[in-house]
Design a protein around this ligand. Structure first.
Ligand SMILES: Cc1cc2nc3c(=O)[nH]c(=O)nc-3n(C[C@H](O)[C@H](O)[C@H](O)COP(=O)(O)OP(=O)(O)OC[C@H]3O[C@@H](n4cnc5c(N)ncnc54)[C@H](O)[C@@H]3O)c2cc1C
Ligand code: FES
Length: 246
């Protein structure tokens, strides 16, 4: 197998439309990785960008059209080819002492959360919280509700800022009562920085460990260019998942 640092060309096997600006791309290849890791997608003569692994086998990405690269990705069709490097970075690591986990995803931050298998991480309870601005922005609800968690228990809670679906408010509004009820051993999250900072505060307040996946501008993905520095950490290698203060 090629080094993970070497781009390799792969075909797009399937494309699904998730919402008005998000599509899931299934590639005709596999990698060995864990939830929270990311890979680089390269469109030659254009650009290369990082995306969380939704799945490793087959490699799957959920891509929201926010700018030039992601809009070009959305124009691709099944059978077109992209270049892939990875997987890179540190994913989520669940210590055996944590059996009751909260997975929190905001916007396209739900992508790394869907890769969880309760059986593999030893969890007996998964509380998933999916947040978005409006109901139209929600992602992967059907997939979360259908997640194979074996003997574990599963809840899926929705929070929208405009109240158009689920709890009216933010993911922290959904999580706080669970922390109050002492039903959570660990918080695992991905989403916008403001959301991660608020979850870090909550974890610290309730003394519940947090693992947070931070976004940064990534160019090389291998610790060379320095573009991904965050709080003194080289996120492409030491992150994107970092332990919080909780
Ligand atoms: C580890 C990691 C995992 C990611 N996973 C996903 C994913 O699963 N799905 C997905 O759709 N996107 C993901 N992203 C984000 C994606 O790589 C960027 O949005 C990418 O820059 C989009 O390229 P673009 O040319 O389309 O838009 P750009 O022109 O690069 O960006 C469009 C807008 O988004 C803002 N922006 C872009 N990237 C970032 C960033 N990293 N941090 C803060 N603001 C930013 C820019 O300021 C700009 O306003 C991930 C990023 C990282 C670092
Ligand atoms: S992306 Fe280049 S150092 Fe992290």
């Amino acid at each position: 197998m090629l080094s993970k640092n070497m781009p390799r060309v792969v075909e797009i096997r399937d494309i699904q439309q998730d919402n008005y600006r998000t599509k899931t791309f299934v590639l005709d290849t596999w990698v060995e990785g864990v939830p929270g890791q990311y890979a680089m997608l390269w469109l030659p003569r254009f650009d290369e960008k990082p995306f969380s692994l939704v799945d490793c086998d087959p490699v799957t990405f959920m891509i929201t059209a926010v700018g030039p690269f992601t809009r070009l990705m959305h124009e691709l069709k099944v059978g077109d080819r992209v270049w892939l490097r990875g997987p890179f970075g540190q994913g989520y690591r669940v210590p055996p002492s944590q059996r009751r986990l909260a997975l929190v995803g905001g916007g396209y931050g739900v992508a790394p959360c869907i890769g969880w298998r309760a059986r593999r991480c030893g969890a007996e309870q998964l509380d998933i919280i999916v947040g978005a601005r409006t109901a139209n922005d929600l992602l992967y609800l059907e997939r979360f509700n259908g997640l194979d968690v074996g003997d574990a228990s599963l809840t899926v809670t929705v929070a929208t800022e405009d109240g158009s679906q689920g709890i009216a408010g933010r993911v922290t509004d959904a999580l706080r009562p669970m922390l109050e009820a002492q039903r959570i051993d660990g918080i695992y999250a991905c989403g916008p920085h403001a959301m991660l900072n608020a979850l870090d505060d909550l974890g610290s307040q309730y003394k519940v460990p947090t693992q947070l996946s931070w976004e940064a501008y990534m160019r090389c993905g291998m610790g060379i260019c320095g573009s991904c520095e965050h709080d003194g950490k080289v996120l492409c290698m030491e992150g994107p998942v970092l332990a919080g203060r909780g």
